[in-house]
Design a protein around this ligand. Structure first.
Ligand SMILES: [Zn+2]
Length: 282
């Protein structure tokens, strides 16, 4: 099997389990769907978490011993909200191209962003009350600290990806996926599990840090679910990567996935006209 050190991305693994045909069209024929509103919303949401995280040192340093809980929650909420408006604005070209309304976009994301700001403010406050620290000292000792949009790659795993969010507890790293869809009754959805497994292995391999678990936060249900690292994960992820590489060697476009809500398969054999040609992949 010849792949010249080529790496696939973690999102390709989920795309494979969702629809092999769609993944094939994208990876092999370089065809993808035009941008859809849901992608713009997702992009803005990620931008908000990333930008809000950059404001955190400033926010945490403002927490003095005389500041009340409600004030801290409000301060975080205001900061996240400002970041939301700025992020929506930065997506103006995409929003206008899709004839979406900027105010509606901001409104749609407001609740999720507020939940996230509250949960982070609570985390900081609980660390402060546990340790009795405030201001700059609170910031310097704060656990967990958060790294957003962390790029990771590994030749050994033939994988690359960007982890949305990593919580750092001393020398232990916990990848976190924030999901807006509904939560399963228990545990996490299989594709979320695969995604986290891949990120855990990638972090382990590329940064050589301690990984014991990953977490999925289902924000709409306000549920946090753990995925514990185990020895079978490497096999699971490696097989998934193998599947994607074999798919790419296939000569024929795979058949339809049969999912009624698959927008790629819904195009039928007309895909060439309806999809956009991507620039060649590097
Ligand atoms: Zn499909």
């Amino acid at each position: 099997m010849e792949n010249n050190g080529k790496l696939i991305s973690v999102t390709d693994l989920s795309s494979y389990s969702f629809c092999r045909r769609g993944l094939y069209l994208r990876l092999v024929l370089g065809l993808k769907e035009p941008v859809k509103p849901v992608m713009v919303l997702g992009g803005i949401r990620h931008r908000v978490y990333d930008e809000a995280n950059k404001k955190e040192e400033f926010l945490v340093s403002q927490i003095g011993s005389d500041v009340k809980r409600e004030e801290v929650l409000q301060m975080f909420a205001n900061a996240y909200n400002a970041v939301l408006n700025k992020s929506v604005y930065s997506y103006s070209p995409q929003i206008e191209a899709l004839k979406m309304d900027k105010n509606e976009v901001a409104e749609q994301l407001k609740q999720i962003v507020l939940v996230q700001s509250r949960s982070r403010a609570d985390e900081v406050l609980s660390f402060s009350s546990k340790t009795g620290l405030f201001g700059k000292e609170l910031w310097s000792k704060l656990t967990p600290k958060v790294i957003t949009e962390l790029g990771v790659r590994s030749q050994k795993l033939r994988l690359k990806g960007v982890v949305d969010r990593v919580e750092v507890y001393g020398d232990e790293y916990v990848p976190v996926e924030i999901k807006t869809g509904r939560a399963p009754h228990e545990g996490v959805w299989p594709d979320h599990r695969m995604q986290l497994a891949a990120y855990m292995l990638l972090l382990n391999d590329s940064l050589n840090v301690n990984i014991k678990e990953g977490v999925v936060k289902y924000v709409a249900a306000n549920q946090t679910r753990q995925v514990v690292m185990n020895p079978f994960m490497e096999y699971e992820v490696t097989s998934a990567v193998d599947n994607v590489f074999s798919l790419m060697e296939q000569r024929q476009v795979p058949g339809f996935c049969g999912k009624g809500y698959c927008s790629i398969c819904a195009l039928g054999e007309d895909y060439g006209k309806r999809l956009i040609k991507l620039p060649a992949r590097s």
